[in-house]
Design a protein around this ligand. Sequence first.
Ligand SMILES: [Cu+2]
Length: 134
Amino acid sequence: MRKFLTIVSILTVGLFFTACGGSDSSSSEGFSKSGKAGSLDITYSSPKPLVTGNNNISVKVTDHGKVVKGAKVEFKTFMPEMPGMPYMEEVKSLSANGDIYNGNINFSMGGTWQVKIFVEKDGKKYKYSSSVIL
Ligand SMILES: [Cu+2]
């Protein structure tokens, strides 16, 4: 329960800063993180800051600056077992949508979530490892 209250406090502070950032453009209020999956560059983003619950996540995959289309992209989230909570995991296949792949990603609780993005293209498999804190 104390952890829950801590999370609520953090969220409240976060909302406070968001509310005070009125002059920011909407794009700067969103979420974005990038990294490498082998030779590929991966960016995953959301138009809004990530929240507990549903998030509209987009993944962009590029190969030396060129957009990679026609890949199979899976978005895995998991959280190690913690006191009072079993190991949690969800894998979602993202839908191709123009230059990006997207889907709804549900984070069922606050805390640190591990993120793995699996990309399969032309028989090759790539993996990007990341994490988010909610
Ligand atoms: Cu947990």
